[in-house]
Design a binder for this molecule. Structure first.
Ligand code: NAX
Length: 331
């Protein structure tokens, strides 16, 4: 029998939290044989709503759910957790600039880093979803030095999944037959969805996407902007930002990290850069990774053309700016 795992969701009274907690309790994140205790953190004004989510989790009578802790106490929330999905933070509202929310999130993530370090399992795996996701993850990493840097990641899997789906729709194939897109860089509109290594499984074997989509203009233009702007398109349609797709992608991220990626397939994860592909070390940057035995590694040796290079550098530059902006609020 597997040991029960404790999974923390911060911002659990919010929209993503609502979808995510149920998916975790159903076994979508860690598999159908993994029992869990869900820890849910939110801030005091959300106490009642948070308790409502707890009531619903109890009512759903999930076989895998061995307990629910709903709290506004950061220490209680982090104590003993094996996995932390950080969805809580100060949101970027319409008409606001990144630099207005940055100081608020820097102080939230600095405080939560110290709770993570002091109270979580020392090998806790962390996924930051809350925006600015890469920079929140970087602050968390910098202020929890005893947690291995490789344990702190951010979510770009939603962008990755969106890119696979756009290609599948264009070619009228199923999304599971499309693989190895890459999201490089920041989870923002400067991200670079790279199709140069994408393959499609057809009845005649595996084909490169450029063999099947003859329209380079679409691949180099509209495809990229559609993926970059998909979050905004969802907000326009729903009057709310992506929630179920974000929660589902967060489950994909953790599942592949813990249980492994399938052979020949990579996924995109925001991870602490080691300088691979000329990306400055010390940024949380989205790379193609494979996962095995609970560890990710960056896929090496992919050919990068000039078009890709320029886009990879532009998104790295934005992350370096965010990093120095975040640091300026810490002085
Ligand atoms: P909501 O506003 O519905 O929920 C956020 C929750 O966080 C609220 O309940 C709030 O009370 C709580 N919160 C605020 N400060 C907190 C703190 N210090 N500690 C704990 N909880 C705190 O937002 P939702 O739609 O759920 O989105 C959550 C975050 O995900 C946002 O930052 C959003 O920008 C980000 N997203 C990131 C995505 C990604 O792919 N990386 C995609 C979806 C989403 O837009």
């Amino acid at each position: 029998v597997k040991e029960v795992l404790r999974v923390l969701v911060t911002g659990a009274a919010g929209q993503i939290g609502y979808a995510l907690a149920a998916m975790i309790a159903r076994g979508v994140m860690l598999g159908p044989d993994q029992a869990v205790i869900i820890h849910m953190l939110d801030i005091p004004p959300a106490t009642e709503a948070l308790n409502g989510v707890k009531m619903e989790l109890v009512d759903a009578a999930f076989p895998l759910l061995k307990g629910v802790i709903a709290t506004t106490d950061v220490v209680e929330a982090f104590t003993g957790v094996n996995i932390a999905v950080m969805v809580g933070g100060f949101p970027l509202q319409e008409g606001m600039e990144r630099k207005e929310v940055m100081p608020k999130n820097v102080s939230i993530y600095k405080a939560q880093a110290s709770a993570l370090e002091k109270h979580a399992d020392p090998n806790c795996k962390v996924l930051v979803v809350a925006n600015p996701a890469n920079t929140n993850a970087l602050i968390l990493k910098e202020f929890s030095p005893s947690i291995p840097a490789k344990n702190i990641t951010c979510l770009t899997r939603l962008d990755h999944n969106r890119a696979l789906s756009q290609i599948a729709e264009r070619l009228n194939v199923h999304v599971s037959d499309v693989k190895n897109v890459i999201i490089w860089g920041n989870h923002s509109s400067t991200q670079y969805p790279d199709v140069n290594h994408v393959t499609i499984m057809t009845k005649d074997g595996e084909k490169k996407v450029r063999e099947l989509v003859s329209d380079d203009q679409w691949l180099n233009g509209e495809f990229i902007t559609t993926v970059q702007q998909r979050g905004a398109a969802i907000i326009k349609a729903r009057k709310l930002s992506s929630a179920l797709s974000a929660a589902s992608s967060a489950c994909d991220h953790i599942r592949d990290w813990v249980l492994g990626t399938s052979k020949g397939t990579w996924v995109s994860m925001g991870v602490y850069s080691d300088g691979s592909y000329g990306v400055p070390a010390g940024l949380i940057y989205s790379f193609p990774v494979t996962c095995e035995k609970g560890e990710w590694s960056i896929v090496q040796g992919l050919k990068i053309d000039d078009f890709s290079r320029a886009k990879m550098d532009a998104t790295a530059n934005e992350l370096a700016e965010e990093k120095s902006m975040a640091h300026s609020f810490l002085e």
